[in-house]
Design a protein around this ligand. Structure first.
Ligand SMILES: NC(=O)C1=CN([C@@H]2O[C@H](COP(=O)(O)OP(=O)(O)OC[C@H]3O[C@@H](n4cnc5c(N)ncnc54)[C@H](OP(=O)(O)O)[C@@H]3O)[C@@H](O)[C@H]2O)C=CC1
Ligand SMILES: CC(=O)[C@@H](O)[C@H](O)COP(=O)(O)O
Ligand SMILES: [Mn+2]
Length: 400
């Protein structure tokens, strides 16, 4: 008997993960049916995706984007329902006729739609690491009551998930996250003071959206991933270590109590972890180049330089403090990255700004969405005020 196709809703379909997910899912039309799509403002790309996969529901950021999308589509676009705003995203994430939600909206904007999917008991292929960073406790509690599952898409977490298969959780000693080191690996603080957004956006191995690419350059991406691993695999934060591995071939490792270390390797292509999340526990014959270790010859590993890249330790500090502090770390980081990308903040001030916002925060329990959102709002306002102050100093520095 032919098995029923898995019905997918892809949140963030117009982004880097979203487009890769479309490629994987469309490559296996007998396995997957894309029934929901959600994007921010890129209605042109979304309209193409709608023509290609004919979903039943889509959502965009606001009413204006919904009207713009309508204009891009041929008249009388079948049974398609168009929603907008957070409520619209949550509807696309929680429809009864959806089996799996791919959570790939960037940043805290992905929180409520992801929670809606978890609350509805969906399997969630999770790329949006920020959700677990800011609301790990709430998500964990929800999963316990709904029986839904999180399938990691983030390459390191997919590697760990794969390395855990068939082994007892009680035998895990440490998780070893690998980090490429980003485009500024080996640079000094002095070198970093004047780097441009253009240079920071040139990731050595991965092609990704702008926010995560800057996070890779500051090592905040790895800090967020430490917190993500803590919640996803239920291990203490201090049992998650980071090794710089500039080749991005070993995607992460699990060290067991008997001294065995199990790693997952592959070419740096997100189609691999995406396909595993979509098809788990099966494996799909995805179109990616074979890993040629003979051509590579060597794989290298270094300790992270936390003096030059302080964001990693800020994330460990936030995770140890717990409560609302990781939400504050994340919101301050999103504000700082945005300011850096628009030329209002120096690269080295990203970490300095986050540290100042964290120092000013009184930690609260992060046991409700309301408390998390309040902390997020406060951190953004505080960070913006600091950016406005720093901007004047930065302008003067650039004009000097
Ligand atoms: N790219 C990668 O390889 C990896 C990404 N991740 C994680 O996956 C997530 C997505 O990353 P990536 O695909 O690179 O990001 P992109 O910037 O490429 O894409 C972001 C997506 O989110 C949408 N979006 C942006 N802002 C909003 C908003 N306020 N409301 C609703 N939708 C919004 C965008 O819509 P539009 O463009 O239409 O405005 C787009 O579809 C991030 O959390 C990232 O950390 C994790 C591992 C690897
Ligand atoms: C592809 C992926 O999972 C990214 O999170 C990647 O890990 C970023 O590279 P860095 O290792 O440089 O942070
Ligand atoms: Mn990653």
């Amino acid at each position: 008997m032919a098995r029923r196709r898995k019905r997918l809703s892809i949140l963030g379909s117009t982004g880097s993960i979203g487009v890769n997910t479309m490629e994987v899912a469309c490559g296996f039309p007998d396995r997957f049916e894309i029934v929901g799509l959600a994007a921010g403002r890129n209605v042109e790309r979304l309209a193409h995706q709608i023509q290609r996969v004919k979903p039943r529901w889509v959502a965009v950021q606001d009413r204006d984007a919904a009207s713009a999308l309508e204009r891009q589509l041929p008249a009388g676009h079948g049974k398609l329902e168009i929603f907008w705003g957070q409520e619209g995203y949550c509807r696309v994430a929680s429809q009864d006729d959806v089996d799996m939600v791919v959570s790939a909206i960037v940043g805290a904007a992905g929180l409520l739609p992801t929670l809606a999917a978890v609350a509805a008991g969906k399997d969630v292929a999770l790329a949006n690491k920020e959700t677990l960073v800011i609301a790990g406790e709430v998500v964990t509690r929800m999963l316990e009551s709904t029986g839904g599952r999180l399938l990691p898409v983030d390459s390191e977490h997919s590697a760990i998930f794969q390395a855990l298969q068939g082994n007892p959780r009680t035998a895990v000693k440490r998780l070893l996250l690998t980090a490429s080191g980003g485009p500024f690996f080996g640079k000094t603080l002095e070198d970093l003071a004047t780097v441009t957004p253009q240079a920071a956006l040139r990731h050595p191995n991965w092609s990704m959206g702008p926010k995560i690419t800057i996070d890779s350059a500051t090592l905040m991406n790895k800090g967020l991933e430490v917190i993500e691993a803590h919640w996803l695999f239920q291990v203490p934060v201090d049992a998650v270590a980071v090794h710089i591995h500039p080749e991005s071939i070993v995607h992460s490792m699990v060290e067991y109590v008997d001294g065995s270390v199990i790693a997952q390797l592959g070419v740096p292509d997100m189609k691999i972890p995406i396909a595993y999340a979509l098809s788990y526990p099966e494996r799909l014959p995805v179109q990616v180049p074979s890993l040629d270790l003979l051509a590579l010859r060597s794989l290298t590993f270094y300790p992270p330089d936390v003096e030059t890249f302080p964001c990693l330790n800020l994330a460990y500090r936030a995770a140890r403090m717990g409560g609302t502090m990781p939400a504050v770390l994340n919101a301050a980081n999103e504000t700082a990255v945005d300011a850096f990308l628009s030329g209002r903040l120096a690269f080295t001030d990203i970490a300095a700004l986050i540290a100042r916002v964290m120092d000013a925060h009184d930690v609260m329990p992060a046991d409700t969405v309301q408390r998390i959102q309040e902390a997020d709002r406060w951190a953004r306002e505080t960070a913006k005020a600091l950016v406005n102050g720093a901007e004047k100093v930065y302008e003067a520095f650039q004009n000097a």
